[in-house]
Ligand binder design. Structure first.
Ligand code: AMP
Ligand code: FE
Ligand code: FE
Ligand code: ZN
Length: 287
């Protein structure tokens, strides 16, 4: 039984509707999925409504956080599973992040417009719809204008942090985010710890510190991770005694990744459920 514990829908920067996402999961032979749209729980009711009876569903979100290391801010993504979506402190923070994403997305578009790139604020807003604005929405606008062929190409060019249009996204400190998730009854897991900048700082010492603050696990099997990182992370996790997850970080057609490309076993799902307060249940067949 395989579970893909990190997928995105059109409620953030994926391209699948809830129904399409469930269909993709079933077609891949998955027993279940977790949907973790960035900075929002807006899709939760729709995911529950679209869930086929045989598919297990875990609802969560993915938060962008930072860790200060050697005087620099390093970006670390945090998966939050099975928390209470009405927890006031978390709701406030999600609202703030969404406002900041809108301002930041529009600031990136303004820079492009000022440089003569033929896209518009309205175009990006139409593409994002009700979702928190992310760079993939801008990437799709660039695609619509035939300026790039894929969203990945946009990330390598126009949307690159090293490029002239990049604007920093606001986030929260990792330890604050872990607190927020735990206080909402949820289960915090570091997403793709060896991806990009995070790779430099996700050593055993720091992971132990984060676990002391309430971190429950780390994503080990992820498309960004090579064999050496996976082995190292697995060793660290077994020494510390934390959860190890596997997941594809599926974004529909925004990323060249198949749903279920990486996955977790049923015992990981059971462990996530056991660590949560139970206010948000795992939906579907018990495994
Ligand atoms: P942002 O959060 O606005 O800075 O945009 C980064 C997000 O874009 C991350 O969640 C990535 O997973 C997502 N993303 C979607 N498609 C791609 C892609 N083709 N290349 C890189 N990142 C992507
Ligand atoms: Fe994303
Ligand atoms: Fe991420
Ligand atoms: Zn993700």
């Amino acid at each position: 039984m395989s579970f893909d514990l990190h997928t995105h829908s059109e409620f953030s920067d994926g391209t699948d509707s809830p129904a399409q996402l469930m269909k993709s999961a079933e077609a891949a032979g998955l027993a279940g999925i977790a949907v973790v749209d960035h900075d929002t729980t807006d899709g939760w009711p729709a995911f529950a409504a679209a869930r086929p009876a045989a598919l297990t569903l875990i609802r969560g979100t993915e938060l962008s956080t930072h860790v200060r290391a050697a005087g620099r801010r390093v970006s670390v993504h945090l998966l939050a599973y099975l928390f209470d979506p009405a927890a006031p402190a978390l709701v406030r923070e999600l609202q703030r992040l969404r406002r900041d994403r809108l301002e930041r997305g529009m600031a990136i578009v303004e820079r492009m417009v000022a440089a003569g790139v033929p896209i518009s604020r309205q175009q990006v807003l139409d593409i994002a719809g009700d979702a928190p604005v992310g760079r993939p929405h801008i990437g799709r606008a660039l695609m619509e204008q035939s300026l790039v062929d894929t969203v990945s190409e946009a990330f390598a060019t126009y949307l690159s942090p090293a490029g002239p249009y990049y604007v920093h996204k606001s986030d929260m400190a990792l330890l604050d985010a872990i607190d927020l998730v735990r206080h909402a009854g949820g289960v915090p897991v570091v997403a793709h710890p060896r991806s990009r900048g995070a790779a430099r700082i996700t050593d055993e010492r720091r992971l132990r510190e984060w676990v002391d603050h309430g971190l429950a696990g780390i994503e080990v099997d992820h498309p960004d991770h090579g064999p050496a990182d996976r082995e190292q992370l697995r060793d660290i996790a077994s020494r510390i005694g934390i959860l190890v997850t596997g997941a594809s970080d599926y974004h529909g057609t925004n990323k060249p990744i198949r749903i279920g490309q990486e996955s977790s076993d049923g015992d990981v799902v059971a462990a996530l459920a056991a660590e949560s307060s139970g206010r948000t249940p795992v939906l579907g067949p018990a495994r």
